[in-house]
Design a protein around this ligand. Structure first.
Ligand code: NAD
Length: 499
């Protein structure tokens, strides 16, 4: 994590409070000129043929791969993740880069839309091309400081854009490590620029001459940013808070399901946007309560500097205080504590992984959108009731359904109000390099990753062409033959009964 001190961000280790390094804050009034520099570089970049852009992206991918240990160590130190998790983030990033290098040319290749039957209405073939947007303003968060930024930057570049990005002020060291890999690659100077700082630097980026924003962070801040962008008519991708549900059907195997869901709840110390927070079991709660309590008690919480740690610290003192206040309100609202719900001794911002049991919806209202190590368990009488409870939330990032009957689980999954749903799995799906990632409802809109994410970073341009010597409609003057032609087309476009 980092704090601002005398125009520097002080990056420190949340497990022990030790300073890692200081990173200069980018003055807010310097941000517009970074955007202009990226725009100048983008003009040439956007005109490069794909094989040339691909070569440079491949070079960046290679450097990221060489730097994998260094990046994972940065994540461990600054975000407080166990080494395996930190490397998992880097590996998912490499996979996303691989996907982009291999597939972007195909996904963004020109397409032809044939006129077909409309040829009768004098339409010709259209060339569809994917045009770069210009300069993308990316505002990042801290919990996956490499994975949430590098794949997006790679896709923006593949689509021919420039990027100015702001790493979270709580992940400035990781942001700097990532920017250095870009600078060590053949990516043209100024095309991708990192600006470091807090909300004021983010606001300066949003207020500058960007062409589209991609904001990842909390729903409250996100909505304020979207209001600013909307006032200027600018488009955005919004990757906002989650409060994910898991529906466990009665036939789900107890031990393995509890084990998977315990990981899904506490990965990244529960500070994972797609972590399972609300677990609805259909039927009796007691066996599940016992299984989750046992699994959670077995977790080894501590400084990820030690290799035998499953869960690290929370990112900061204020994040821990905010999270604890929500947990205590949930307890006041009637939740029973099965494990945790308390601070752990420092140094470092440790919080005991917590399992709460609720018998109504009051605790989940108190916990809405919380971001920390929590699993809230509630038993409901039927799958329909569990679905209603899951969908009652204003958030809709991801969710999961657990059952031996895969068809029944899939049918329920389709009705879950979430951008991503896993069956008999959770969290992992969000790292799938080809599948779109993003939420609905208060969790945002727009997608990153894969073909759908890539096309969000370009704009479709339809080019309608006629040969200059050939037939071209020349409609004026409006007269009787023209009215007759319209009557003919009206007859043609009338819906016919199918034979
Ligand atoms: P946050 O909303 O406080 O900050 C996010 C970013 O916005 C930071 O870089 C911050 O400096 C910047 N910012 C703050 N005010 C700004 C302003 N007025 N204009 C422009 N930028 C501004 O969130 P956070 O604490 O960094 O992240 C935690 C939240 O992010 C959680 O709610 C989590 O669920 C969510 N999250 C979502 C996803 C996703 O993909 N949907 C991924 C990770 C985290």
């Amino acid at each position: 994590m980092s704090i601002v001190e005398a125009e520097c961000l002080v990056a420190s280790n949340p497990a022990n409070g030790q300073e890692i390094r200081r990173i200069p804050v980018t003055p807010a009034d310097e941000v517009p000129s970074r955007v202009e520099r990226a725009r100048t570089a983008q003009e040439a970049w956007g005109n490069l043929p794909w094989p040339k852009r691909r070569e440079i992206l491949r070079d960046w991918w290679r450097i990221l791969s060489i730097e994998a240990d260094n990046l994972a160590e940065g994540i461990r130190l600054e975000i407080g993740k166990p080494a395996g998790e930190a490397m998992g983030e880097v590996v998912s990033t490499l996979d996303a880069l691989r996907w982009t290098v291999k597939n972007a040319g195909r996904v963004l290749a020109d397409d032809r839309i044939k006129a077909g039957w409309q040829r009768w209405a004098m339409f010709g073939t259209v060339r569809l091309r994917w045009r770069p947007l210009g300069v993308l303003g990316v505002i990042g968060t801290w919990n996956y400081p490499i994975f949430l930024n590098a794949p997006l930057i790679a896709q923006a570049l593949a689509a021919g854009n420039g990027v100015v990005w702001k790493p979270s002020e709580l992940a400035s060291h990781c942001g700097d490590l990532l920017q250095k890999t870009l600078e060590a690659s053949g990516v043209p100077e100024g095309l991708v620029s990192a600006v470091q700082g807090g909300p004021e630097v983010g606001k300066a980026l949003i207020d500058s001459r960007i062409d589209k924003a991609c904001f990842t962070g909390g729903t409250e801040v996100g909505h304020r940013v979207l209001a600013d962008l909307g006032g200027r008519g600018l488009p955005a991708i919004a990757e906002l808070s989650g409060f994910d549900s898991a529906i466990v059907l009665p036939d789900a195997p107890l031990e393995s399901t509890a084990k998977s869901l315990t990981w899904a709840a506490f990965v990244g110390c529960g500070q994972t946007c797609v972590a399972a927070k609300r677990v609805y079991v259909v039927g009796e709660a007691s066996a599940w309560a016992e299984a989750f309590t046992d699994q959670t008690k077995a977790l080894r919480v501590g400084d990820p500097g030690s290799p035998r740690v499953d869960v690290g610290p929370m990112i900061s003192e204020s994040a821990r205080d905010r999270f604890d206040a929500q947990v205590q309100s949930a307890i006041q609202a009637g939740a029973r504590v099965l494990n945790g719900a308390e601070f752990m001794p420092g140094p470092g911002w440790f919080y005991r992984p917590s399992v709460l049991l609720a018998d109504n919806d009051a605790p989940e209202k108190a916990l809405e959108g919380c971001f920390g190590p929590l699993l809230l368990l509630r038993a409901l009488a039927s799958a329909e009731e569990a679905l209603q409870a899951a969908n009652a939330s204003r958030f809709g990032l991801s969710g999961s359904v657990w059952s031996q009957d895969v068809q029944a689980a899939q049918a329920l999954a389709e009705r879950l109000e979430a951008g991503m749903v896993c069956v008999n799995d959770a969290v992992i799906g969000s790292a799938h390099a080809s599948a779109p990632f993003g939420g609905i409802k208060a969790s945002g809109f727009g997608r990153v990753h894969g073909a759908i994410g890539l096309r969000e970073l370009a704009t479709p341009q339809a080019i309608h062409t006629r040969r200059s010597g050939g037939f071209r409609p020349q409609v004026f003057p409006y007269n009787d033959p023209m009215l007759k032609a319209m009557a003919f087309y009206r007859w043609m476009f009338h819906p016919r009964k199918r034979k």
